[in-house]
Design a protein. Structure first.
Length: 274
């Protein structure tokens, strides 16, 4: 995505159309669009030809961008889990691992970055009915591997609003749910985690369209991305007007929900009731 964004910036600075750029590398306009969105792999020759077309002759700048192209084609650590993942999800894992700020709203279950192993297993078993035990365990292992990023040296800021429904809907037995609530209380005290609970008592709110995640990146060239998971696919929105609507909805959710301290008290109350 970073390389694609850089290539788009260089093309637009020269006033070159996507069609003309595609012609220069023996490709279609739609391929240039996919390249600029970071949704296809990059051939070194194509990047070299595009840089020449865009008038980039400085060796240092060319080498920097060509190095980025090589890095873009290296499979991420999650590649080894691809056999148990839906086709659209590896893209999300890569984006999540590159984000400096993750903002999310969840209503069906606890966000994957906050799930305990037992709760994650119950969720995966429910979603992968008929799958082999090894496939289920592999999916759980991926979820736990993703969570390491949240407590790493370069951990992102994570702002999450959990609907009370996600906390009351049981996955696993009573002990699984108690363990999950206790984990949420503990991890909500991490300095990079801001956890809020949208209580039933509030009534209707701005999260009426369902769960979503907004990913922000440290590179200024990269726009925020909204991730929307569906039953058989996922949407990645990066147009400014789309992102702005979801940012507005999340801001309202945060304003309407109790703050982190009050939300921890709500979690403690649910734990006592469980």
């Amino acid at each position: 995505m970073l390389l694609g964004s850089q290539l788009r910036r260089l093309r637009e600075a020269r006033g070159i159309t996507r069609e003309a750029a595609g012609y220069s590398i023996r490709a279609s306009e739609s391929k240039i669009s996919r390249m600029e969105l970071g949704r296809v792999s990059f051939k070194t020759r194509d990047v070299e030809d595009l840089l020449t077309l865009y008038g980039i002759t400085d060796e240092a700048e060319r080498n920097s961008l060509l190095s980025l192209a090589r890095e873009a084609n290296v499979a991420g650590w999650w590649h080894s889990y691809s056999d148990v993942l839906p086709s659209w999800f590896p893209t999300y894992v890569g984006l999540e691992g590159a984000a400096s700020l993750i903002r999310a709203y969840e209503v069906q279950f606890v966000h994957g970055l906050l799930q305990t192993e037992a709760y994650a297993r119950a969720v995966v078993e429910r979603g992968m009915k008929g799958a082999s035990r090894s496939d289920i365990e592999k999916r759980v292992a991926l979820r736990l591997e993703r969570q390491k990023y949240l407590v790493s040296e370069n951990a992102p800021e994570f702002h999450i609003v959990l609907d009370e429904a996600a906390l009351r809907r049981p996955y696993g037995d009573r002990e699984v749910m108690r363990g999950q609530l206790q984990h949420l209380i503990e991890i909500s005290e991490q300095p990079n985690v801001r956890l809020q609970v949208m209580p039933f008592s509030f009534g209707g709110h701005s999260g009426e369209s369902g769960a979503f995640t907004i990913l922000s990146f440290p590179e200024s060239d990269l726009s925020d991305v909204v991730y929307l998971e569906q039953l058989t696919s996922a949407l990645y929105l990066d147009k400014h007007e789309d992102v702005a609507q979801y940012e507005k909805a999340l801001k309202e959710l945060q304003q309407d929900s109790p703050g982190p301290d009050e939300s921890r008290d709500l979690l403690r109350g649910l734990l006592q009731l469980s």
